[in-house]
Design a protein around this ligand. Sequence first.
Ligand SMILES: CSC[C@@H](O)[C@@H](O)C(=O)COP(=O)(O)O
Length: 353
Amino acid sequence: MTIRPIYWQDEAVMILDQRLLPGKLVYLPCRDMRRVIHCIKTLAVRGAPAIGVAAAMGLVLAARAIKADDPAKFRAALARRAQVMAQARPTAVNLAWACGQMLETARAAEGEVSAIVEALYHKSQRMLEDDIAINQAMGRHGAALVPHGATILTHCNAGALATGGYGTALGVARAAAEAGKNPSVIADETRPLLQGARLTAWEMVQENIPVRVAPDSAVGVIMSRGMVDLVVVGADRIAMNGDVANKVGTFNVALQAQRHGVPFYVAAPLSTIDPGAKSADDIPIEERAAVEITKLGGRAIAAPGAGAINFAFDVTPNDLVTAIITEVGVLRPPYEKSLAQAKANEKIQGAGR
Ligand SMILES: CSC[C@@H](O)[C@@H](O)C(=O)COP(=O)(O)O
């Protein structure tokens, strides 16, 4: 089954409502930018690359609604909307990156407003296609690191659902399976919103890749028993020194991996590496509503009157990261050097396109 978290159909952005998975497969048609932003904020669409693609398509809806005949006025109006879109969630840099790409497209497009709008539509479609191709390339590089019959532990969902399709961390598991390596997956359940139990497990079942769900708190005992060969996780933002922001709990997994001598890999596209962030200090960490912690499936699970701490992400320091798997290859420490080199090459190739 090909999982399509987001696509364009009949003048609408179709978003697979991930809040309802695995129980129901429902697409939400979004016909204006506000609705796309709502989907991003409420995690109907989530995962760094997926929200980037959603933002790009949302800006096409916004562009079509702008009433301006003058290209300069149109571009200014689009820039204001892109600024609102980029703030929908703070940690995943792909969101701001995608908005920047769209503004760049509008700047470069020549001719009347209708031609600019058309260019924006084509750019958003290309971003979706590119994202899938990038994930497949990442999968091939990552699969080379997976021993035959290995058990991969992952946290949150960095699969097809979190991207345009195929996935980053789960793309590595998929590619290893396609290469005949028979991997299996341990999915941390990923409190509080259970992206691991609900989404990663669902995707792996669709793919016929054996998967077991484990409580986040069991990572220590599982690794101490030698049940994990490697960890592969995704990322929401990677600083230029290799510090990695990802779903809260990833840092704990990395510490356990170091304690038990298990390699800890991060699979992420170059667009997740933020040239504006030198280190963890420059990465904003989203804090979400207390109710996500105090209730589960709509039922109260915390004592009435208790508050909650709800950081949606944490940062794994670079010294715990064995390697970063990207579409251009596997980047190793020292990350200051390998990431700077990869981003410089990306810029040169981008300029040549
Ligand atoms: C390929 S997706 C990588 C990350 O975005 C993913 O691991 C993650 O942390 C998603 O968080 P979420 O809050 O579900 O959007």
